[in-house]
Structure formats: structure tokens, C-alpha cells
Design a protein around this ligand. Structure first.
Ligand SMILES: [Zn+2]
Length: 230
């Protein structure tokens, strides 16, 4: 069942590990199949390199396993809460990446100090209060802190959570948070308070990238329509 999606999830999780966003078996990823409504989630307790396509677990949005013999990630309730309460979300990624983890321990928001953070989030990446790991409550608090248009949060004392329409997007968002946190931390090590971009520049950058994305989507749609008329 959903073999292609399970393989895409396995490869995304492997990339998460290879790019330093997750270590050992830590971190987890999930993706929604738009046709069936099922969620595919990474398994619990298997190192990234040893996972096979058949180790990915298919479940319904309430967390009931419908395919697979492995135990789904311990943090599945956080994922399913998000899929259930935000119908636009197609993928969820949770990492324990080092610098984002540092900021989540400090309990501070990641401000838009880099152009990448500003362009991606249009403001700070908020830091949630600590919520017990493995709970649906962690998903509820994350969604509340993100607001309508949010894409990521720092989970209090626990790393990152990114949401998006698909797996490549949540991987890119998670990398952006980690890179921003690393630069922010290293700037702070210079003994100064890192300086966020001015709010009007943050908005300008965010709107600019949104318009590029909209244009790219429209061009892709036009290409698909043109191909279907051939
Ligand atoms: Zn975790």
C-alpha cells in the first residue's frame, strides 16, 4: 500500500539524517496521501540507514495503523493532531537539530536576523513552552503558536517542528531553521546581540518570495495544461 510514498518518506528521512538534522533514530517525519487521506509515518527505534520501504507505517488520521508491521514513531500523536486540525498540511517534520535545539533550550524565538529566515517565515520562528514529548498536546501548542500562516516552531526544550504541503518543503524549512539558528548563535558568540532585519524589510522579502513562488506555480500549471493539449 502506498509504496511510492513510503519510499519517498524513507529517502526524506535519510536525507534529514545525512544533512545533520537528526542523529541515530531521533526525529520523525510523516506525509499525507491526498487520495486516501492516510498518513505515512517513520517507524520507532530503527536507525535511519537500516530502514526499508516496508518499515514505514501507514495509518489513518486518528493514528490507527492500517498497514505495516513496525511500531510508528513515538511522537505520532503530535503529527496526527496537526494533520487532523490543519487540512492543508501534507507533511510534518520533527528534528532534534543541534542549533535549533540550543535555541529551544534557551526558550527564545529565532528572530529574522538572516534574509533566508525573513523570506521564508516573514517574522520570527516562535519558541513554544515545554510540552511533554509524544503528546497530541505538543501538536496543539505548535499549531497555536504558528498561527494561520506559520510554517515552523521551536518546540520548547525539544527541537523543531515544520509543516508544509509536501516532503521537500518541510525538509527545506527544517534546514532553514537550523541554518538560521546556527548563524544567530555564532553571531551572539561575538559578544553582541544579533540584529534582526527591520520589520518593513522582513515583509518586503517575504512578499517578494511569495510572489516568486506564485509565479512559479502558475508557470508549472500552464506547462501541465499545455502538455495535456498535445
Ligand atoms: Zn523529539
Amino acid at each position: 500500500m502506498l509504496e511510492a510514498l513510503r519510499e519517498e518518506l524513507r529517502l526524506t528521512a535519510l536525507e534529514m539524517m545525512k544533512t545533520g538534522l537528526a542523529h541515530d533514530g531521533e526525529g520523525n517525519v510523516s506525509v499525507r496521501d491526498w487520495e486516501t487521506g492516510y498518513i505515512v509515518v517513520t517507524p520507532s527505534g530503527i536507525p535511519y540507514e537500516q530502514r526499508r520501504t516496508q518499515d514505514m507505517v501507514v495509518m489513518d488520521v486518528d493514528g490507527n495503523v492500517v498497514w505495516g508491521e513496525r511500531k510508528p514513531s513515538w511522537e505520532t500523536p503530535m503529527h496526527t493532531y496537526i494533520f487532523k486540525h490543519n487540512p492543508k498540511v501534507g507533511a510534518v517534520m520533527h528534528t532534534h537539530s543541534y542549533y535549533a535545539m540550543l535555541m529551544s533550550i534557551a526558550g527564545v524565538d529565532l528572530p529574522p536576523t538572516t534574509m533566508n529566515i525573513a523570506a521564508t517565515f516573514g517574522g520570527p520562528v516562535p519558541c513554544c513552552p515545554y510540552v511533554r514529548t509524544g503528546s497530541a498536546e505538543a501538536g496543539r501548542v505548535a499549531l497555536e503558536m504558528m498561527g494561520e500562516t506559520g510554517k515552523a516552531v521551536l518546540l520548547g526544550n525539544h527541537g523543531t517542528l515544520a509543516i508544509g504541503p509536501d516532503l521537500p518543503t518541510v525538509l527545506r524549512i527544517s534546514k532553514t531553521v537550523e541554518e538560521g539558528a546556527k548563524l544567530h548563535y555564532q553571531a551572539a558568540c561575538m559578544g553582541v546581540q544579533p540584529r534582526p532585519l527591520p520589520p518593513d524589510e522582513v515583509k518586503w522579502l517575504y512578499d517578494l518570495i511569495q510572489s516568486f513562488n506564485e509565479k512559479a506555480k502558475a508557470e508549472e500549471k500552464a506547462k501541465v495544461a499545455a502538455r495535456s493539449h498535445l
